[in-house]
Design a protein around this ligand. Structure first.
Ligand code: IVH
Length: 676
């Protein structure tokens, strides 16, 4: 009896300690107004830690003790985002911002905008159920991200429990950042310990969030800001008001008093904000690379809708890139997987926008001619949004006497084949597709990469080794590999690593058709195009049999892509490889209705899906809508034609549908609509 009393008391005390610690954590890190000393805080923490050791089963996953790091994370599972995580379209001039505002004013009258910083960190999605943090996901590819919850719990500005009366389920999104001071401190420590230095705060943040040991993550002192809220029960139809509500629930949000967030209804107001931050950006501790302008009204946001991957209701204004001069030491000519030659400048290292730049891309022969590049020239390098800097100008005045001009090679630097340049194309190509070593190995590297066949354990070096050893000449050869062949390669090929590779190759046989199509590396067929093609054709056999005209009629496929696909399947060598891959068991059709269009019964209709269904998963019902030609939207607006409601549809949604007179249908009715 005594024991249960103890447990009950312990439970109560632990809850009390947790609440107090979180409260003081918030005062310290979010409000930056601590009311107790660090020592007092540690004291409470020690007491809680001791109790959790004594009653481990009473310790909550959201205990403040997890702030200093919980158990090692073995893997970060991939999880689908409930709402896709979009990007922002960028603009680099005030004119573009003006056009954005004018377009909206022309069609919708004068409007309010919310202005925010464009934080230069890593996007995060934070899921709360009943006020408790239950999941932290990376952006990933925008549709699915990685579950890094344990690491997220160490970020002190992220509440583990919300205050007040938040909706039962909500997702707050924002940016995780590392402050400049913290970054410099970290690099100083690394320098002292003779460790390699980190390049910049953003990459360090991204790397830190992927560490398996949350205790190390905790020591890096990451922070965050919230920039959007997603839930079926939004508190307001205004971006600004929702952010302020997030603040009230305990989130760290941008502070209007510091002009981190602002509202305006005029272009002038926007330009003032831009000018202010262009000047001030270096005076704050966090990295930012522009400002974001958002239509404040969520109703208008819904009406404006989305482009492929970014909303029409927002635009980012990016600050001009930083530029510097540095000597050009050499030019390398690299051969890519498609045979395209890219000249790369080797530079005297120079610090630019927080990183040390040693190499820069020069695009093509025309660029070399236009810049009239000479070895030893002082060249201007610029770092824009891209990771690889580029050369934008040459200081001819400072050219050393007798400097040699940079000459574009006539033959492939890797295999000696004369280079070709197609009419109207900027790039030179090595036409020796099946005999040029870097083309072969890079094609294989692309094939095995994460967004393609996702064969873990096969990096550039491994692929090179397999090619050198004569084991793999093309992607189909991978599926003939045996473990003893790998082991026979000798040094560095352990039992375990070779086993992993074989298992990875085997597992790749279930990678969906759209990814396989992307993996084939057909010129101009990137991830997005591959997806479109996979969805509209449904099988590689149909695709291979299509005429150029039929191909060009597919959404997102123009004449150039159509020609490229047609040429690919026209080549005997490629057809043989595809046939071998088929025999090996790769997915060449869109399975489970993959996504081939089944009908156009729902053409022109817009749907919102809410609640839980009996014969569909939520994603399944959305897929069915798209497969039958309809559109799925996240929230109800005047443009919505139907709300498909499952069990426990949110009351707010119901009210909204009624208010706007949108028809609510159930699962059975929906099945009837699609003729199922
Ligand atoms: S809103 C609606 N607001 O920029 C689409 N994003 O290019 C985007 N970002 O991945 C989210 N500051 O990580 C939004 N104030 C801000 C932002 C912001 C930085 C990042 C975000 C996103 C990327 C989109």
């Amino acid at each position: 009896m005594q024991h249960t009393m103890d447990r009950q008391e312990a439970e109560k005390r632990m809850r009390e300690l947790s609440e107090r610690l979180e409260h003081h954590n918030h005062l310290y890190y979010v409000d930056t107004k601590p009311v107790i000393s660090d020592q007092e805080f540690d004291f409470l923490m020690k007491e809680l830690e001791a109790m959790e050791r004594q009653f481990p089963d009473l310790a909550s996953p959201n205990s403040p003790t997890q702030r200093v790091g919980g158990d090692i994370t073995k893997e970060f599972p991939t999880v689908a985002h409930r709402w896709p995580m979009l990007s922002l379209s960028n603009s680099y001039s005030r004119e573009e911002v003006q056009e954005f505002v004018q377009r909206i004013e022309r069609d919708h009258g004068r409007n309010r905008f919310t202005l925010e910083l464009k934080y230069d960190g890593v996007a995060i999605s934070l899921l709360y159920r009943n006020g408790e943090l239950v999941q932290g996901l990376t952006r990933g590819d925008g549709e699915k991200g990685e579950d890094i919850t344990a690491n997220v719990r160490t970020v002190r500005t992220i509440p583990l429990r919300l205050r007040g009366n938040p909706p039962a389920e909500l997702e707050a999104r924002g940016e995780i950042l590392m402050g400049r001071k913290e970054f410099d401190l970290l690099n100083r420590q690394r320098a002292e310990q003779g460790e390699e230095l980190f390049a910049n705060p953003r990459n360090t943040t991204a790397g830190t969030l992927k560490l398996q040991d949350p205790k190390v993550v905790a020591k890096r002192h990451l922070q965050n800001y919230i920039y959007s809220l997603h839930t079926d029960e939004l508190p307001a139809r205004s971006q600004y008001a929702n952010i302020m509500q997030c603040h009230a629930w305990g989130f760290r949000t941008p502070d209007p008093q510091k002009r981190f967030i602002e509202q305006t209804d005029s272009l002038q107001g926007i330009l003032d904000f831009i000018a202010f931050w262009e000047e001030q950006r270096h005076h704050i501790d966090i990295g930012m690379d522009g400002v974001v302008i958002k239509v404040d009204s969520l109703d208008l946001q819904d009406e404006l809708g989305l482009r492929a991957k970014s909303p029409r209701w927002a635009i980012a204004y990016k600050f001009p890139a930083e530029q510097k001069y540095t000597p050009l030491l050499d030019v390398e000519f690299n051969v890519g997987r498609t045979g395209a030659i890219t000249p790369v400048a080797v530079l005297e290292p120079v610090d630019l926008a927080g990183t040390t730049v040693k190499r820069a891309s020069i695009h093509n022969a025309d660029q070399i001619a236009k810049l009239d590049l000479h070895y030893g020239d002082r060249v201007q390098v610029e770092k824009g949004g891209e990771i690889i800097p580029k050369i934008t100008a040459v200081d001819v005045q400072q050219r050393p006497p007798h400097a040699r001009p940079v000459k574009y090679p006539e033959r492939c630097p890797a295999c000696g084949t004369p280079l070709v340049r197609d009419e109207g194309e900027a790039q030179h190509y090595c036409p020796n597709e099946h005999g040029c070593p870097p083309q072969i190995t890079r094609r294989i590297e692309h094939f095995v990469s994460r967004k393609a066949m996702d064969i873990g354990g096969l990096g550039a070096e491994t692929v090179d080794a397999l090619y050198q050893a004569g084991l793999v000449h093309n992607v189909a050869d991978l599926y003939d590999l045996k473990q003893d062949q790998l082991l026979a390669l000798g040094k560095g090929w352990g039992e375990r690593s070779s086993q992993l590779i074989i298992a990875g190759i085997e597992a790749s046989k279930s990678v969906p058709f759209e990814q396989v199509l992307f993996a084939l590396g057909i010129r101009h067929v990137g991830e997005v195009v591959a997806k479109k093609i996979a969805r509209s054709t449904g099988s590689i056999y149909r695709l291979a049999a299509m005429t150029r005209e039929e191909l060009a009629a597919i959404d997102e496929v123009g004449a150039v892509i159509a020609a490229s696909i047609h040429d690919f399947f026209g080549a005997e060598g490629n057809r043989r490889i595809v046939e071998r891959l088929r025999a090996a068991g790769l997915q060449f059709t869109a399975v489970h209705g993959g996504s081939a269009t089944r009908s156009d019964r729902l053409q022109g209709l817009s749907f919102v899906v809410s609640g839980v269904f009996e014969t569909f998963t939520r994603d399944g019902i959305k897929l069915a809508i798209e497969q039958n030609g309809g559109k799925v939207s996240g929230s109800i607006s005047r443009k919505t034609n139907f709300v498909v409601a499952g069990a426990d549809m949110g009351p707010a949604k119901k009210a909204k549908a009624d208010e706007l007179g949108v028809k609510v249908i159930d699962e059975t009715e929906f099945r009837r609509m699609i003729g199922a």
